[in-house]
Design a protein around this ligand. Structure first.
Ligand SMILES: C[S@@+](CC[C@H](N)C(=O)[O-])C[C@H]1O[C@@H](n2cnc3c(N)ncnc32)[C@H](O)[C@@H]1O
Length: 225
């Protein structure tokens, strides 16, 4: 991250990041998350792009890694060095059990901007994580991920297509706040953060639980320009 970008995110964060209830919801959801979202063909395909585009032994950050399934495990099984991070202690406990070969850290993704988990990552996975942020924060988070990658490094990003900002939804017996973009706007936001779009896939996804509505998932395969 250039000094200017870091200062911008610092300035935004000083206004106060409201994460209230987000980690608690995921602590309560635990492994019901994986039961509600089975058959993750889109995520597995995007993870496979990331895993196979990098030489084995590459350093990959899985930001908002959740239970570690399927992505941290997929990347570790492909021979990569996986660093996972998440705001929810409950999700991280599951991830540590599910993927003993990866390393996991508790924390807010916004705090990664100081390089505490390292820089010059070869790849980053951010599957359905940035949608947990208020929309004005998402460009800052993308700039930060850009800065945490080495030049030419890869970002596998997924979001749910929706024109909403910090919108409360019922989610598996809890309430979470989510944000999203329509796909053209999402393309603009990632491009403005300095990424080239190397691939894109979108699909309709029906969760196994009626507690979560059907959604359109967008997967972008991105390269640090
Ligand atoms: C929808 S889940 C996706 C989990 C995983 N990436 C996957 O695709 O299976 C979102 C995850 O982001 C985590 N999260 C939410 N806000 C976060 C934040 N500010 N910093 C880090 N992790 C966060 C949640 O605890 C949760 O595990």
């Amino acid at each position: 991250m250039s000094g200017d970008d870091r200062r911008e995110y610092d300035g935004y964060a000083r206004l106060g990041l409201d994460r209230s209830g987000q980690a608690e919801a995921f602590d309560a959801i635990g492994d019901r998350y994986d039961e509600a979202f089975p058959h993750k063909e889109g995520q597995l395909a995007a993870g496979e792009w990331l895993a196979s585009s990098l030489p084995p032994g590459s350093r990959i950050l899985d930001v908002g890694c959740g239970t570690g399934l399927p992505t941290a495990r997929q990347l570790a099984e492909a021979g990569h060095k996986v660093v996972g991070s998440d705001l929810s202690p409950g999700m991280l406990a599951l991830a540590r059990t599910n993927v003993p070969d990866a390393e996991f850290h508790l924390g807010d993704l916004a705090d990664l901007r100081d390089g505490r988990l390292g820089r010059e990552f070869d790849g980053i996975a951010a599957f359905f994580t940035l949608l947990m942020l208020p929309r004005p924060e998402i460009p800052h988070a993308l700039h930060m991920l850009h800065a945490l990658l080495r030049p030419g490094g890869l970002l596998a990003l997924s979001m749910v297509e929706a024109d909403v900002d910090d919108f409360s939804i019922p989610f598996l017996g809890n309430t979470i706040r989510v944000s999203g973009y329509l796909r053209d706007d999402l393309r603009d936001v990632v491009t403005q953060a300095g990424f080239e779009i190397a691939g894109e896939n979108s699909l309709a996804y029906a969760p196994a639980s009626t507690d979560v509505p059907p959604e359109i998932q967008i997967f972008l395969n991105l390269r640090r320009a």
